[in-house]
Design a protein around this ligand. Sequence first.
Ligand code: SF4
Length: 296
Amino acid sequence: MNKYLKSKSRTKIPDLVYFILTEKCPLKCPQCYNSDMRTKDMSFEVFADNYNQVRDIGTKKIALIGGEVLYHQDILKVMEYVNRGSLYCVFSTSGYGIEKVIELLEKSKIIHPFISINASKREINELSRDGYDYSIKAIKLLKKYNISYSINWVAHHSNVDDFSDLLNMVFENNAEKVTILQTKYNYKGEILDNLTIDDVKKLREIILNSSYKDKIMVDRCSDFFRQELLGLKIPVVGTGCCAGEFIMTVNADGKYQPCQHISIMSESKTLMDAWQISEAFKEFRKNKQGCIAEIE
Ligand code: SF4
């Protein structure tokens, strides 16, 4: 069991390690934290080295993020490497280029895609996200090939009223789960189109009255958000900003960050050094504030 070490404000090993596989993306989403000036791919060697480190310390799960993960120059090689290994792997994608990996996903039991889409209708989706056609195409293709997948939906003021339609659309297309994410700072340092308190109440009603209620998850970054949306009593440990406490990120250069939404970086040579002894992580844990904006 991965014990929580209270005196160190972290678990013994990270529960989950994110890999920023690429900073590149062909899309332009208004909500994105990743500036389109960024152009780096993680090299396959850096990926494989860190994958092996994660496996060897005993962490069981990784998440591939971008940029657009499927835009990585060696994406097939990366996915095949993952598929031969033992770690459970989720990855987020707009759906762009899903054809490249569809055959592999069909036979894989350990790779699970999350399609990012913010609305059932193009005009609403476009207020916060680009690539509507790619996402719809990916959803249809995953259904056709009977591949298990889930949805990432970022909550905005502009898409709350569409949420019921989105749920119907994706569950009719065999999605497994929908994860609600709270909008974070974009690359301009702004929170785009954040929810109001009334939106949160509306969203809560939609969730409670939905026949898909048990398939709706909420990310754990904000206690307030989870508590309000799911009506859950929030445990003291394991929710709220989990950066550097339960999760960490390997960036495209192979450097270690508490979270991809936080620019703090450790110069440690190994993942475990960053987690256990790096001053950057220790300082971050001491002064932790998270990254998400309060709902007004
Ligand atoms: S910094 Fe914390 S609050 Fe922000 S995304 Fe990361 S884990 Fe969530």
